[in-house]
Design a protein around this ligand. Structure first.
Ligand code: NDP
Length: 291
C-alpha cells in the first residue's frame, strides 16, 4: 500500500507529471534543484516542497532528470528508506540502471526501476504517457498504481535496463524518421510540390509516421518549433541507442548515420532548441525552407 510518493526533477516533464499524484495519494513530496520550482509546484497543486533528504523517505520516489549521470550523482550520497522503490523516468542508460539496481538493493534494500516515458509534455499534462519499465517484476507491481496516476500504457518490458533500452530505440526510430522526412520534403519542394498537399497524401499512405502526423505539421511547417523536448536530449538518446548497437557487436548503419546527423544538428544549433529544429540543418544545406 503506497502512503507517500515523491517527485524529483520538475522540468518540462516532471512538473506536469507530478501534478497528477495528489489526485491519488495523500502525501506527495516534490523537490527540484532550483527549489523555487518546487515551491511554485506546491503553490499550484496540493504537493509539499521539501528538502531532498525528506523527499526520498517516500514509499515511491520518481525522478526525471536529463541524464543517468545526473541521477547517479543525485542518488549515490542519499540515505533512502528500506523497502521503498525508486522509479526513474529519465531517458537513461541501461548499464546505469543495472548499476543502481545492484547498489540500492545491496546497500539500502531499495528497488530501482528504469521507467522512461513517451508521449511528450502533452502526454504528461493529460496523464496519458507510456511507461516502459525494466527491473524486478514484484517491485513493478507494487509501484504500478503510482505510475498509473500519470500514464495510460504501463508496460513491464524486462530486466533492469530493458526500459531504458526500449526508450532509446523508440527515440532513435523517431530520429530516423525526422531525418528521412526532412530529406523527402526538401526534395519535394525542390521539385515545386506543395508541402501541405504532399503531407495530406503521405498521411493517408504507407510513408506516414508520428513525424509526418504531428511533428512536421505542428512544429516545422508552421515554423513554431516550440521548445518542449530539447534537441540535446534527443542527441543523448540516439547516442544511447548507438552504444547499445555497439555493445551487441551488431552492424546498424542507419542508426549510426542518424546519430551522427542528430549530433551534428545539435552542435550546429546556435541556441538550445526543440528537437524539431534538427530540420534546420537540412534547410541550411539545401537553402530550402520547409514551410
Ligand atoms: P528539462 O530540461 O525540462 O528538466 C530537467 C530537470 O532536471 C529540471 O527539473 C532540472 O532542474 C533537473 N536537473 C538537471 N540537472 C540536474 C542535476 N544535475 N541534479 C538535479 N536535478 C537536475 O528536461 P525534460 O523534463 O524535458 O526531460 C527530462 C527527461 O525526460 C530527459 O531524460 C528526457 O530525455 C526525457 N523525456 C523528455 C520528454 C519531453 O518531451 N520533454 C519526453 C519523454 C522523455 P533545474 O530546474 O534546477 O534546472
Amino acid at each position: 500500500m503506497i502512503q507517500s510518493v515523491a517527485f524529483i526533477g520538475l522540468g518540462a516533464m516532471g512538473y506536469r507529471m507530478a501534478a497528477h499524484l495528489p489526485k491519488h495519494f495523500k502525501q506527495v513530496y516534490v523537490w527540484n534543484r532550483n527549489f523555487a520550482k518546487a515551491e511554485q509546484h506546491a503553490a499550484e497543486y496540493p504537493t509539499q516542497a521539501v528538502p531532498l533528504e525528506q523527499a526520498v523517505q517516500a514509499d515511491v520516489i520518481f525522478s526525471c532528470l536529463p541524464t543517468s549521470q545526473d541521477v547517479e550523482a543525485l542518488i549515490t550520497p542519499l540515505t533512502l528508506k528500506a523497502g521503498s522503490i525508486w522509479v526513474d523516468c529519465t531517458s537513461g542508460i541501461p548499464e546505469s540502471a543495472r548499476k543502481l539496481t545492484l547498489l540500492l538493493k545491496t546497500q539500502q534494500q531499495v528497488d530501482f526501476l528504469d521507467a522512461p516515458v513517451s508521449g511528450q509534455t502533452i502526454g504528461a499534462e493529460n496523464a496519458t504517457l507510456t511507461f516502459m519499465v525494466g527491473g524486478n517484476a514484484a517491485a513493478f507491481e507494487r509501484a504500478l498504481p503510482a505510475m498509473q496516476a500519470m500514464g495510460k500504457l504501463i508496460q513491464h518490458v524486462g530486466e533492469s535496463g530493458a526500459g531504458f533500452a526500449v526508450k532509446a530505440v523508440n527515440n532513435m526510430l523517431m530520429a530516423v524518421n525526422l531525418c528521412a522526412v526532412a530529406e523527402g520534403f526538401t526534395t519535394l519542394k525542390a521539385h515545386g510540390v506543395s508541402l501541405n498537399a504532399a503531407l495530406e497524401c503521405i498521411n493517408a499512405s504507407s510513408g506516414k509516421s508520428a513525424v509526418t502526423e504531428s511533428v512536421f505539421p505542428q512544429r516545422v511547417l508552421n515554423r513554431q518549433f516550440p521548445l518542449t523536448f530539447a534537441l540535446s536530449l534527443l542527441a543523448k538518446d540516439t547516442g544511447i541507442a548507438q552504444d547499445l548497437v555497439r555493445e551487441a557487436k551488431l552492424s546498424a548503419p542507419v542508426i549510426g548515420l542518424t546519430h551522427s546527423l542528430i549530433q551534428a544538428a545539435n552542435s550546429l544549433a546556435e541556441e538550445p532548441g526543440d528537437f524539431s529544429t534538427a530540420i534546420k540543418m537540412y534547410e541550411s544545406w539545401s537553402k530550402i525552407t520547409l514551410e
